[in-house]
Design a protein around this ligand. Structure first.
Ligand SMILES: NC(=O)c1ccc[n+]([C@@H]2O[C@H](COP(=O)([O-])OP(=O)(O)OC[C@H]3O[C@@H](n4cnc5c(N)ncnc54)[C@H](OP(=O)(O)O)[C@@H]3O)[C@@H](O)[C@H]2O)c1
Length: 328
């Protein structure tokens, strides 16, 4: 099969489209999926560069989510069969390829009305956003929510879901184009952090501070987050695009506020919560309340350009790789 292999971590040229890569072997609990589209995620930039928090083993086929059709299932698999249309989560590897094999708990059924193109943009970012707001932050109607990188993949999902929960949303981003997109997708206030100090701006908008901060940027946001958070608020860290953040306990105490970390793969084994997340989010997508904004599509051969966009903060919404896009 064709796949994008990273032999050793490094720059864009480490993304090598390789022919005749061995097909994955299907274990007893596994589902083999023929991929239509792969979703691109910032974590794949970190993995390609060797900056990912959990050190993966190289060489690896890059790619952490996709949509496609089930090709084969292992002997113990009960919930899926060949021909099913699905989305998959594949951890730190596997989806920039024609086929991927994952444990059945990492396969997400998709409704008949959902196109495979939409389905590839769905599982990782949308379920992460759900976990941040509903499992970690336990968002309540009327909360004020600050979303960093608000025009990105997870960012736009957070903005829309916080609105669905009946909250007021402030976003931060780096350009006017991205700010316009975030507003269009429902963000009540958007701050361009390259022009304004976001901590001060947040306090002008909501003098008592925000109740929840969703932060994937990390290190450079620590001071601004401490300025922005309300007493008893919660900062949810789920990424570190600018480096790992360090919070001084005394400063958190100064507002009786908390900090927590969120990782999608902690939600996956909690099947009741996970199934609720899938049910609610697919429903919102079908109702048109949650719009998965697909910013750009690339052929597998153009994967380096896709990473250049993502790494260089040029991307808006979701980026996709076309693999077997004729699949329906
Ligand atoms: N914890 C989890 O389970 C989990 C799951 C999925 C994703 N994530 C994390 O969530 C974040 C968002 O992921 P995504 O795939 O949706 O990406 P994305 O938000 O579409 O792209 C990354 C964005 O981060 C912002 N950014 C700020 N500082 C940056 C820097 N130094 N370098 C590059 N980008 C920077 C940029 O937006 P602006 O121009 O608006 O600043 C950039 O467009 C990533 O950090 C990812 O690792 C975590």
């Amino acid at each position: 099969m064709r796949a994008v292999v990273v032999e050793t971590p490094g720059e864009l040229e480490q993304l090598k489209l390789t022919q005749n890569v061995e097909m994955p072997t299907v274990g007893e609990n596994d589902v083999l999926v023929r991929i239509a589209y792969a979703g691109l995620n910032f974590m794949e930039v970190l993995i390609r560069r060797g900056d990912y928090l959990r050190n993966p083993k190289y060489p690896l086929i890059l790619g952490s989510e996709a949509s496609g059709i089930v090709e084969q299932v292992g002997a113990n698999v009960k919930d899926f069969k060949p021909g099913d249309r699905v989305a998959v989560l594949s951890g730190d590897r596997g989806c920039y390829a024609e086929y991927v094999c994952v444990d059945e708990t990492h396969v997400v059924p998709i409704p008949a009305e959902m196109e495979l193109r939409t389905a590839a943009a769905y599982p990782l970012q949308v379920l992460t956003a759900w976990g941040i707001l509903f499992a970690s932050a336990r968002i309540r109607e009327g909360d004020w929510v600050l979303v960093h990188a608000c025009a990105g993949g997870v960012g736009l999902a957070l903005v829309q879901m916080a609105r669905i929960a009946g909250c007021q949303v402030i976003g931060t981003t780096s350009s006017e184009d991205k700010a316009a997109l975030a507003r269009e997708m429902g963000c009540h206030h958007v701050i361009n952090y390259t022009q304004q100090d976001f901590g001060r701006e947040v306090r002008k908008i909501v003098p008592e501070g925000v109740n929840i901060i969703c932060d994937s940027v990390g290190k450079v946001n620590v001071i601004g987050n401490l300025r922005s958070i309300a007493n008893f608020g919660l900062i949810v860290v789920f990424g570190y695009a600018s480096g790992e953040p360090k919070y001084d306990e005394k400063l958190l105490w100064g507002r009786s506020c908390g900090i927590t970390m969120n990782g999608l793969y902690h939600l996956v084994p909690h099947r009741t919560e996970f199934n609720r997340a899938v049910r609610e989010t697919t429903q919102w997508i079908l109702e048109g309340r949650l719009n998965l904004h697909i910013g750009q599509e690339y052929d597998l051969a153009d994967v380096q350009e896709a990473h250049r966009q993502l790494e260089g903060r040029q991307s808006q919404g979701k980026l996709l790789l076309r693999i077997n896009s004729e699949l329906k």
